[in-house]
Ligand binder design. Structure first.
Ligand code: ZN
Length: 80
């Protein structure tokens, strides 16, 4: 088994690593990859997406209007 080696520099932190063994090439690590992608995405990676999840919960919210059902009058009649 021939082990190939190509020494390259990480575009982000300039650290040298073996290109053929790099899982996150051309970056040396996942961290460098995510940081670099974040720059491309206008640094949006630093902002949690929690706000969107909260907004979706409002879909199941609805109001029941019982004022026109006559329940109040029904109980009043029984007590009298
Ligand atoms: Zn790096």
């Amino acid at each position: 088994m021939i082990k190939r080696k190509l020494e390259v520099k990480c575009p982000h932190c300039k650290k040298k690593f073996n290109y053929y063994e790099g899982e996150f090439r051309p970056f040396c690590s996942e961290r460098c990859k995510m940081i670099d992608m974040g720059h491309w995405l206008n640094e949006g990676y630093t902002v949690p997406v929690k706000g969107n999840l909260d907004a979706e919960l409002d879909f199941d919210e609805f109001e029941i209007d019982e004022s026109d059902q006559g329940f109040g009058n029904f109980y009043d009649d029984k007590e009298q």
